[in-house]
Design a binder for this molecule. Structure first.
Ligand code: SF4
Length: 273
């Protein structure tokens, strides 16, 4: 678990109390929204879908992703297609030209992936062996030997890396920021990371789990340190659901909010829940 700078504790509230409220938060949200199930998408699909989700709604993301997969059932065909055609297939998701370019560039890098110094020297799990030198294609004896040959569009080799090294690899891809990397690793590989999107960020501060002064990166560390690992997925998904349905950015519906009993901000949206 990450160690937390005491300055980043969320308030003067005793830590035990904050932990208790967070666990209660998870239980209350599961009562309302259920325990989230993974959708079974592969890591590359998750990556593409997450790039498509930037600056748009989940409904538009879903539509754009379905349209893309209908048009290009395999990613090699997508890479062979002109940018304009790819953009046309995801137009319903907004920023189509930019996202099409980012997706193609990311897939190109995955297809021709190289092992950088960080991954080759420091990132592998201790028992995975190290047959690759810097700059050598993964798969030709690369991390774990399970990444497949360079030229394949898959991210399976990430499962043999430490979360930090896997995250660093993804962050080097175009259009991939900390949230996207964490989403791919949590949902694609069950790695212990909590993606902090706009909803998780807003709610975790209103709920007093993360101090206002914390950066997004610090928020990630704080939440990962406080949340039981087997609840990372539930906490992330259900906070997003609650942020969309109830604790909205401009008009939190505190009256009747299931989290009213444990929320120090209860009442900011009107009558206390
Ligand atoms: S009580 Fe209000 S501020 Fe707190 S989580 Fe619910 S809607 Fe958000």
């Amino acid at each position: 678990m990450p160690s937390i700078d005491p300055k980043m504790e969320s308030s003067t509230e005793p830590r035990e109390m904050t932990l208790h409220r967070l666990r209660r938060c998870i239980a209350l949200l599961e009562r309302v929204y259920g325990v989230p199930k993974r959708r079974g998408l592969g890591p590359v699909d998750i990556l593409v879908q997450t790039i498509l989700s930037q600056n748009t709604t989940s409904a538009n993301t879903h539509r754009a992703f379905e349209s893309l997969k209908r048009r290009y059932p395999d990613y090699q065909a997508l890479l062979d297609a002109p940018d304009e055609d790819v953009a046309r297939s995801i137009r319903c998701g907004g920023l189509a030209a930019i996202k099409a370019r980012r997706i193609k560039e990311a897939l190109e890098m995955i297809r021709g992936r190289k092992v950088g110094d960080d991954v080759a020297k420091g990132g592998q799990k201790a028992d995975s062996g190290d047959g690759a030198g810097p700059g050598r294609p993964v798969g030709a004896g690369g991390p774990g030997g399970s990444g497949g040959a360079a030229g394949r569009i898959d991210l399976d080799f990430l499962k043999d890396l430490d979360p930090k090294a896997a995250r660093d690899y993804l962050l080097a891809l175009p259009g991939v920021g900390p949230k996207t990397a964490a989403v791919v690793l949590l949902f694609g590989f069950n790695m212990p990371l909590i993606p902090v999107d706009t909803h998780v960020n807003r709610l975790s501060r209103r709920l007093g789990f993360v101090p206002e002064a914390a950066s997004i990166g610090e928020a990630e560390e704080i939440l990962e340190a406080m949340t039981p690992v087997d609840k990372y997925c539930s906490f992330h998904v259900n906070l997003i659901r609650h942020g969309r349905a109830v604790c909205k950015a401009r008009s939190p519906a505190c009256a009747g909010c299931v989290l009213g009993e444990i929320c120090p901000s209860a009442g900011i949206g009107g009558q206390k829940g």
